[in-house]
Design a binder for this molecule. Structure first.
Ligand SMILES: C[S@@+](CC[C@H](N)C(=O)[O-])C[C@H]1O[C@@H](n2cnc3c(N)ncnc32)[C@H](O)[C@@H]1O
Length: 236
């Protein structure tokens, strides 16, 4: 895969990605070249790859504790799963994607970027129950919350969370979906903004955490405070 348009990172990306910046930059190049050529990402997205896609996805790592297992449902060209995999070598991430040409691109990315903690699984989320399970599920721009919850909640371990990256309508979407989510599995849900001061606007996430029936009012499990984790360098 060759390099495409100018994909140099903005100044703010250094602080966010630290020592992972060269690998994320290589991923940006892959998106801007093969990703565009193969129709996985629109050419108009290239000038805003960093702000709107890579950085916006990266800040979600604040919500995921050390060594968690993550499934990224509907990974597409790898957002947010590939970014999280680069930034957090401690996580084990499955990129779940049904479309062949997307899984081909994802496998190429995983290999070229040396992501030993990331695997690609071709399939639909509703078809992998009993085969895949995780502590966290991420999803961006995949499906309305009610449908996404129906796919994701059965794949979560007790205490695990769906982290759905959503837009400005997140709160109203959650209120509409809340009763349906509860029918799926006992859970608590909230809308949180992550990455304030790092990305503008901050990323909006609907977090749905599966609970036991007796634990309905409990807040989601306490995660590490943002910035409190010691980052481990990736072996290259
Ligand atoms: C709009 S794209 C978003 C891709 C990526 N998450 C992003 O933010 O750029 C939606 C993706 O969800 C995938 N998808 C659709 N239905 C799915 C399902 N039932 N299970 C898993 N993935 C699905 C599609 O193939 C597509 O790649």
């Amino acid at each position: 895969m060759t390099s495409g348009a100018d994909t140099a990172p903005p100044a703010e990306a250094s602080a966010l990605f630290g020592c992972a910046l060269p690998v994320v930059t290589r991923y940006a190049e892959l998106l801007a070249s093969a990703g565009v050529e193969r129709g996985l990402i629109g050419p108009r997205e290239v000038p805003r790859l960093w702000e709107r896609h890579l950085m916006n996805c990266a800040v979600v790592e604040e919500l995921i504790p050390q060594d968690a297992e993550v499934i990224d449902i509907g990974s597409g060209a790898g957002l947010p799963g590939v970014v999280l995999g680069i930034l957090r070598p401690d996580l084990r991430i499955v990129l779940l994607e049904p479309l062949l040409r997307r899984t081909v691109f994802l496998r190429e990315c995983v290999e070229l970027l040396g992501l030993e903690n990331v695997t690609v699984r071709r399939g639909r989320a509703e078809d992998v129950k009993g085969e895949l399970e995780a502590d966290f599920i991420t999803a961006r721009a995949v499906a309305p919350l009610t449908r996404l919850g129906g796919w994701a909640l059965p794949l979560l371990r007790q205490g695990g969370s769906l982290l759905a990256l959503k837009g400005e309508q997140a709160a109203s979407e959650l209120e509409e979906a809340r009763a349906d989510l509860m029918k799926q599995r006992p859970c608590v849900a909230d809308v949180i903004r992550v990455g304030s001061g790092k990305v503008d606007p901050a990323t909006t996430v609907v977090r749905v955490t599966v609970t036991s029936k007796s634990d309905q009012t409990a807040p989601p499990r306490q995660h590490r405070a943002p910035g409190g984790r010691k980052k481990r360098g990736r072996k290259r």
